[in-house]
Design a protein around this ligand. Structure first.
Ligand code: C5P
Length: 407
């Protein structure tokens, strides 16, 4: 079963006897690899102490909207942006009512208003409260807005009643959360991604390279796995862990990368070139360390053009759906559109690397996805979140191009 590595989850805990299960839920999410931050309502604190959830999650628990210390550490808007998923378990009838009204009376409901991420509720309440038409109307409204309702379960309740209203078991909730991160859009497809820089040797100890960290390509590989694809990641020298279920091929030079890509190209459905490939390499590589002469004030290294891997992929007989990146310091969109045509790509992801807050070595990025027909701006967010959005959009373009080809 897929883990939840690097997934950022806010666990909202509201007032109800099932709140004791939140402790186990925090453990389960973390064991699966997720990063968890807990937000509690004040009534939840009557059932389980913030200290317990703080100790288990390893992060301060957020409770008050107007707590200056907590806001200074990670404000509610920042929390709302941080989350890949806001899971509220248990969700009481009163909280469900507040959420459906769009109330911002407490931190948790304010955060739900502010987030663009998926919200999921695991209701927990007495069976009569569950059946009540007010609760059902509130849930219908929330479902219409895209909130996911997980459960409830049927059985004996803490108050002695029997019926629907128990919170789903922690194991079942963990299955649902994993399912949320699996889009299945690319089931059965083979995606190849290049990442990182390439390195061109000058002599045995020197080389030409660039600042690429590989983070964006690795995040794309992880997101493609979550979308159900078989993923081959051809990477230059980077300092990153291999995402789960990804076949990683390490290369050094552009020639190595070119070889590895073409070896794996048969049966590849989608190719994503996120590597910052060195455009030139020294014409000759010295087999011994080059020494400086006593009188030398300058030296010249002659460079020769490297093959354009992505352009060759797009021109190959078994051409996969081909997606490139354009990292530019100026005239971003104009250059990206030009590259899309010149290299005969299906999509290009334009990335402003002049801005140090985004691009090459940072954890955030902001890009414009450009197709032959239109373009979409994806605003600044973490590379992991952005990668999931990009894979989702890319899968839709890919699937509609297949449909067009089939007609
Ligand atoms: O031409 P430029 O390097 O700006 O193009 C960027 C896109 O082309 C990226 O997708 C990059 O991975 C790919 N590329 C390549 N081989 C090269 C140069 C760039 O695959 N030699």
């Amino acid at each position: 079963m897929n883990r939840l590595t690097n997934k950022q989850i806010i666990l909202g805990v509201t007032g109800g006897i099932a709140a004791y299960k939140s402790a186990e839920l925090v453990r389960g999410l973390q064991k699966a690899g997720a990063k968890v931050r807990v937000v509690m309502t004040s009534s939840a604190c009557e059932f389980i102490t913030p200290l317990t959830l703080q100790a288990l999650s390893g992060n301060p628990v957020h409770i008050d909207l107007l707590d200056t210390k907590a806001e200074a550490a990670m404000g509610h808007i920042e929390l709302a942006r941080w989350a890949d998923l806001v899971l509220i378990a248990p969700a009481s009838a009163s909280f469900i009512s507040r959420l459906s009204r769009g109330s911002g009376e407490d931190l948790l409901s304010t955060l739900c208003l502010a987030t663009d991420s998926q919200i999921a509720l695991a209701p927990a309440m007495n069976q009569a409260m569950w059946r009540d038409s007010a609760t059902q109307t509130n849930l219908e409204m929330l479902t219409e807005k895209g909130v996911k309702i997980l459960g409830p379960d049927e059985g004996e309740q803490a108050c002695g009643d029997v019926g629907l209203g128990r919170m789903l078991d922690v194991d079942q909730l963990l299955i649902e959360v994993r399912e949320f991160f699996q889009s299945h859009e690319l089931n059965g497809r083979h995606v190849m991604i290049t990442a990182g820089p390439t390195r061109e040797a000058i002599d045995p100890v020197r080389y030409i390279s660039n600042e690429s960290s590989g983070k964006m390509g690795f995040a794309m590989a992880e997101a493609a796995v979550d979308a159900g694809a078989k993923v081959t990641l051809v990477t230059g020298p980077v300092n990153l862990e291999t995402p789960e279920h990804v076949e990683r091929i390490d290369v050094i030079s552009t020639a190595d990368m070119h070889r590895a890509v073409f070896k794996n190209l048969p049966n590849c459905d989608i190719f994503i070139g996120s590597a910052a490939v060195a455009d030139y390499r020294p014409t000759q590589v010295a087999d011994r360390k080059i020494k400086k002469g006593d009188e030398d004030h300058a030296m010249t290294i002659e460079l020769i053009r490297n093959p354009d891997i992505i352009a060759e992929v797009a021109a190959s007989a078994s051409r996969p759906f081909t997606v490139g990146f354009a990292a530019e310091t100026h005239n971003l969109i104009e250059y990206a559109q030009k590259k899309l045509k010149q290299k005969n790509l299906d999509l290009i992801i334009a990335n402003d690397v002049a801005d140090k807050q985004i691009g090459f070595n940072s954890n955030d990025n902001e890009v414009t996805l450009i197709s032959r027909k239109d373009s979409t701006v994806l605003p600044k967010m973490s590379k992991a979140k952005l990668a999931r959005l990009l894979i989702d959009q890319l899968a839709q373009h890919y699937l509609s191009s297949k449909q067009e080809a089939d007609v």
